[in-house]
Design a protein. Structure first.
Length: 254
């Protein structure tokens, strides 16, 4: 089968964060599929069709793109950040597994991008400098009890943490619950970094102690990093603080 689908990470925002590989894949595509706001970040090109869909239609979007590719077309599926981190690469492969046999014969390329936690970390310093994990706080695809268990275990194990999907209109209480749970496991001085719109013109990076972290400090454009008992803040006169987690294992958690 001659069809091809490329699942492309657009990075965190501005075009300068788009990789050359991703740019080349977008240029070669005959059709581009994606969540509307992400699709809006792709410059229109003559002869290239565009297919926008809602945020919660991942499997349907993947199926439509795969069916299009199965006609022999070169199709691009776009995601913000990296397509393999809480994004469309898993949805596309899930659709291939469950779909018609012909989809397994398609050429599939997953094109990486800079994901939100890496951009926020870079803006703050090196808070992910030692072992870390990423957790989605959304309970759309897993029970909230699972989220709570993973938060507790990650804190107990001494991982720095990155939180994706921290809040929404349907989930206004869960981030505060997550912070309350972490305060049961970690000292109040552990740094928490709120990175909103990192990599875009309106970015805002704020670091607060866990004791003062609140749910209303974030929205769905925010990625949150929680440090460990080893994470340190280096104050600098007239310059932004640097937050880092030392490369050596945290002795308190060893």
């Amino acid at each position: 089968m001659s069809g091809r689908i490329a699942v492309i990470g657009l990075g965190p925002g501005e075009a300068r964060y788009l990789t050359p590989e991703a740019a080349a894949e977008l240029e070669a595509a005959e059709a581009v599929y994606g969540y509307g706001p992400y699709l809006d970040r792709v410059p229109a090109r003559a002869g290239q069709s565009r297919h926008a869909s809602d945020n919660r239609e991942e499997i349907a979007r993947a199926g439509s793109a795969l069916a299009h590719a199965a006609t022999g077309a070169k199709v691009a599926m776009v995601s913000g950040g990296d397509p393999g981190v809480f994004a469309m690469a898993a949805a596309v492969i899930e659709a291939i597994e469950a779909g018609p046999a012909e989809w397994r014969g398609l050429e599939v390329a997953v094109v990486p991008g800079i994901t939100a936690m890496l951009m926020v970390a870079a803006k703050a310093g090196a808070p992910l400098g030692h072992d870390f994990c990423a957790i989605s706080l959304s309970d759309n695809l897993k029970p909230w009890e699972t989220v709570e268990r993973r938060l507790r275990l990650a804190a107990q194990a001494g991982f720095a943490m990155a939180f994706y999907n921290p809040v929404s209109k349907a989930r206004p209480w869960q981030l505060d619950r997550a912070f309350d749970l972490l305060r049961e496991e970690l000292p109040g001085a552990v740094p928490v970094i709120f990175g909103r719109a990192a990599g875009r013109a309106d970015e805002k990076i704020v670091t607060v102690p866990l004791a003062g972290a609140r749910g209303d400090m974030a929205d769905m454009a925010t990625c949150i990093l929680v440090g460990t008992t080893a994470t340190r803040i280096v104050a600098r006169d007239g310059l932004p603080d640097l937050v880092y987690t030392p490369r050596r294992a945290d002795a308190e958690r060893a």
